[in-house]
Every structure is written in C-alpha cells, then in structure tokens.
Design a binder for this molecule. Structure first.
Ligand code: TUI
Length: 312
C-alpha cells in the first residue's frame, strides 16, 4: 500500500487530503474521511467563526483521528478564524485563495501543521521560506477557485522548486490519478470532487446527481474578469455568466449574479441557478460510496496501476 512521509507528518494511514469544498465540507464529511484513514478537512469558506468552531467540536466527537481546517483567505473573517484554530487545538491548517504568510508563525507556535494551497512556483517558494510544512499544488482541473496551470505541469515544477513535501490536487479522482501524482513527485493527493458524492457528504442530493451525470466537458470556468475565476458545472447560471463576459459587463454585475449562488445549489438543490462547483474529473465520478470504500478502492487501484507500470 502506498505510504509516504506525508502519512507520518499528518498522522494518517493513506496519503490523501479531502478538498475543502466551501459550504459542503463539514464535520460529517471531515470525520468520515479521517475515520477512513485520510485527512478530513472542514471548510472555513465564508462561514461565521462560531459555526466553524462548532464544526471543529463536532468533528472531535465523531473521530479521534487527525483532521484539519481550511481557511479561505478571501473571507472577511480569515484573521479571526486563523486565531480560533489555535484556541481549538486544530492539528492541521490548509489555506486557499491567497498568501497565508502573516499567520504562519502563529500557527507553528501552536504546533499546527501548515499546508497552503498554491497555484504557482513563486508562491510555493515563498511559502517554503515562511516555514510551512508542505504545500498543495493545485491545478486548474479542480473545482472552485482556480489558477492558470494544469496539475500535470504545476506539480513537477513545484516539486523541483521546493524541498518540502508536495501534495497534488486538481483532476485526481481515482487510483490512476493517485499513481500519476506520485509519478510527478507528489507524496500525497488532495481529492475534492469525488468526495461530493460520498454517503457522508451532506450536499443536496440534486448536486450529487449533477456530478454523477456530468460528462468530460461539462465544467467551465466563469468569472475570469473578476480576478477570481471559478470552475463549476455548466447550467443556466453559467450561461448567464458567459453572456456577461461577451457583453464586457462590469465586475459588480458578476457579483450580483453570483451572490448566494453556492448555497442555492448546496442547500436548496437549485441546479439551474445555483453554483455547482466541481472539478473536470466529475466526468469520471459515477457512483456513491461511503468514504471508507471510496478511499480503499482508490488506493487499491493506485497500487495495481503502479505494479502494472513497473512490469512494463
Ligand atoms: O481556494 C481554492 N478554491 C476555492 S476557494 C472558493 S470560495 C470562492 N468563491 C468565489 C470566489 C473566490 C473564492 C472556492 N474554491 N483553491 C485553492 C487555490 N488557491 N486555488 C488557487 C489558489 C491561489 C490563487 C492565487 C492561491 C494563492 C494565490 O495567490 C496569492 C498570492 O498572493 O500570490
């Protein structure tokens, strides 16, 4: 079975982190992934600090295994969340959508393992200098907020540029993706989209069905002119975003259209006008499973894939 230094670093059995899906990755999913031997993550996203604190406490009730919290740095209360995770004794922090440099010293002094998501070599190097434990190199195949580079091109360049462990993210949905990530020099993977359809994932059933039905070309990137491009599954909402782009609309028009769109899909199951964040690998995700079976299946396939390659 694939093991790596990342397993030791995070105190986990399988070198897999669950992606921090905003509005979705709660105590139910995080605890299930951690209980299955991966690293479950609670998504801070734009949620109020007290909500995240409650989710942390609930997760502790549901698992005695390590889990983490993701801090989305565009959030207005990122600073408050950054302090709260220290008070709550969280073991691992991942970050997204920004540079967490100013918090690293505080987190390290509380014994927290710090693993920022990066979308470029430059940020990976800056993060290494600021003393983080590892980086997640996330390609633009992933769902949600994306950078410019693909996983295939980003991961090996980050691996060459830093000496700390690199976790690969973006487009990893099965054991072949895990094997490929290790081939690129990663010592772990982050998986989001596949966990959307996990039994323990509390996202609306309509969202799960949309992911399962998605084909290879069913995701698009919207909102480029806002400076925060987001990959989502195609629907009525994305067609309206595309019209705004054609018209060269002002940024506030995008904000108006996008306001509240994620909870609309996640909580209400509105798959027409809701924002269905998911990665390009959605086309490969075809069945609901519990997290334990999902992780086991992925790593069994990764082993077989690597054996096959070795025998060539
Ligand atoms: O953060 C994510 N994925 C996300 S965040 C999110 S919530 C949101 N909703 C609407 C608009 C924006 C955010 C949904 N999905 N992934 C990690 C990630 N981080 N991908 C790319 C980056 C990134 C991009 C630029 C990290 C740092 C960065 O530059 C920072 C700097 O200062 O250089």
């Amino acid at each position: 079975m694939i093991k790596s230094i990342f397993c030791e670093m995070a105190g986990i059995e399988y070198p897999i982190i669950q992606g921090a899906m905003a509005w979705i990755a709660d105590s139910s999913l995080a605890a299930a992934v951690s209980n299955a031997g991966g690293l479950g993550i609670i998504a801070g996203a734009n949620a109020p600090v007290d909500y995240i604190r409650d989710e942390i406490r609930k997760t502790k009730q549901l698992t005695d295994k390590p889990f983490g919290v993701n801090i989305m740095l565009l959030s207005d209360n990122a600073e408050e969340i950054a302090k709260m995770v220290c008070e709550e004794g969280v073991k691992v922090v991942t970050t997204g959508a920004g540079n967490p440099g100013k918090y690293v010293e505080m987190w390290k002094s509380h014994g927290i393992k710090v693993i920022p998501v990066v979308a470029s070599v430059a940020l990976a190097k800056r993060m290494e200098r600021s003393g983080v434990d590892a980086v997640i190199a996330e390609g633009c195949e992933s769902g949600g907020h994306v950078g410019e580079l693909t996983t295939m091109t980003l991961v090996p360049q980050v691996v060459d540029a830093v000496s700390i462990p690199v976790i690969a993210a973006g487009g990893v949905g099965d054991g072949r993706g895990i094997a490929a990530a290790f081939m690129l020099g990663a010592v772990g993977v982050q998986v989001g989209t596949r966990f959307l359809v996990a039994d323990e994932c509390t996202v609306h059933e309509n969202y799960k069905e949309k992911v399962i039905k998605a084909k290879d070309i069913d995701s698009v990137v919207t909102g480029r002119p806002t400076g925060h491009p987001v990959r989502v599954l195609r629907n009525k909402l994305t067609r309206q975003f595309q019209i705004l782009e054609k018209e060269g609309a002002e940024v506030d028009k995008y904000e108006e259209l996008g306001r509240g769109a994620l909870p609309k899909a996640v909580k209400d199951g509105d798959i027409n006008m809701g924002s269905i964040m998911a990665g390009q690998i959605a086309g490969l995700v075809c069945k609901k499973q519990n997290c334990k079976d999902m992780i086991k299946e992925m790593f069994t396939q990764a082993d077989k894939t690597l054996e096959k390659v070795n025998s060539l």
